[in-house]
Design a protein. Structure first.
Length: 375
């Protein structure tokens, strides 16, 4: 799985805004002060007590879009249910998604599952031994590969996530837009330059921990920072305007209608296609309201298109708002009476009539948990 040469390609000189070279003295001070601070202040977290690649990999995937306090119970539950890569590879996707239910960004769980199958089927359960090998697995990018390889194997590779970007742009007072690809490459280069030969994993975790705690986005605690004497933004008073980010696009809003269709005491549920948003999760069928179309008309149309059944739309059960990373949605859930037709999955991978009592066996999106108890 190893792909020799990737690191040298990445380290090659790239065009982009100039970032001051790091003098050996400054580099030494950053490394020493940061590692000393980390060893005295690092939070005691379960994935920091192990060098098991599987557990470290799981923690890195979990923490990509999730706060530590939210991720902790999922980490423990996931390891209990799938204690090693072989048990994860053997599991069916439904069980994996059920364990991930409520955490969001479900492609993380689907990719963990796919990658476990690659590791077991192609390498007999042996994990890649370097960052390039990890990066070849589904769902593992440069950041995750660097984190796992430096923490587990002591490989001298950098990491660059939102926390590290904030620390670096402040330490070096970088006023160029950190979302620009050329600046991002320079930041990778800078991170690469700073990471030491010894304890690269601790150094990388220290950078992330500093960004997550002391060098906070709105309220950096510069007076308590181990890097206060080498931080250019602190000297210039520009901390709060670093990093410079691209202007955010307005977030679109969607109006959706969903039907709680009941037939013989059972509710109709459907499984979303495995790829794409909320892939593999179950939901009440429905669709997006078009401009000028009433909720009832939309629901009758969407039910027919998605499931082939005709319904009589009844009262509103709930109206809930939910925010995804790229859009916001209002879900209007209506009680519906089944009228005619055979339920068939036209737009889903699977469709079922299910008793209310058994709904909890299925993995639903977080937004559905805001109203499922009302059915
Ligand atoms: S001195 Fe302040 S701005 Fe600079 S790295 Fe430390 S916390 Fe961040």
């Amino acid at each position: 799985m190893a792909r020799p040469g990737r690191r040298s390609e990445r380290s090659a000189a790239l065009p982009g805004p100039v970032i001051a070279a790091v003098t050996p003295q400054r580099k030494g001070a950053i490394r020493r002060n940061l590692l000393k601070w980390y060893r005295a202040n690092a939070r005691d977290l379960p994935w920091r007590r192990t060098r098991d690649p599987y557990a470290v990999w799981l923690s890195e995937i979990l923490l990509q879009q999730t706060r530590v306090d939210q991720g902790l119970p999922y980490y423990e539950r996931f390891l209990k249910q799938f204690p090693n890569v072989k048990s994860l590879a053997r599991a069916d996707e439904h069980a994996v998604l059920k364990t991930w239910e409520g955490l969001g960004y479900y492609s993380r769980a689907r990719n963990l599952h796919k990658a476990a199958r690659v590791v077991v089927n192609e390498s007999g359960g042996a994990f890649p031994s370097d960052a390039a090998g990890w990066q070849a697995l589904p769902g593992i990018g440069r950041y995750t590969a660097g984190a796992i390889a430096s923490i587990v194997y002591g490989e001298r590779v950098p990491v660059l996530d939102g926390n590290v970007i904030r620390v670096l742009t402040r330490l070096f007072d970088i006023g160029d837009c950190s979302d620009a690809p050329s600046v991002r490459e320079r930041l990778w280069g800078l991170a690469d330059e700073l990471v030491p030969n010894s304890d690269p994993g601790d150094f990388n975790q220290a950078m992330m921990e500093l960004g997550a705690s002391v060098c906070a986005p709105r309220n950096p605690s510069c007076d308590e920072c181990p890097l206060m004497n080498v931080c250019e933004a602190r000297k210039a008073g520009t901390q709060l305007s670093r990093p410079v980010r691209a202007a955010k696009k307005p977030v679109p809003h969607k109006e959706m209608v969903l039907g709680a269709v009941v037939k013989n005491g059972r509710v109709l549920i459907a499984r979303r296609p495995s790829s794409g948003l909320l892939g593999g999760l179950w939901e009440l069928p429905g669709g997006e309201v078009s401009a000028g179309e009433s909720h009832a008309k939309t629901l009758r149309r969407c039910m027919k298109d998605a499931t082939g059944i005709h319904v009589k739309v009844g009262g509103l059960v709930a109206s809930v708002d939910h925010a995804y990373s790229h859009f916001k949605v209002t879900l209007n859930v209506y009680q519906c009476d089944y009228v005619s037709g055979d339920a068939t999955a036209h737009e889903h991978d699977e469709i079922k009539w299910m008793t209310r009592a058994r709904l909890e066996e299925f993995a639903f999106p977080k937004a559905h948990h805001k109203f499922l108890h009302l059915l």
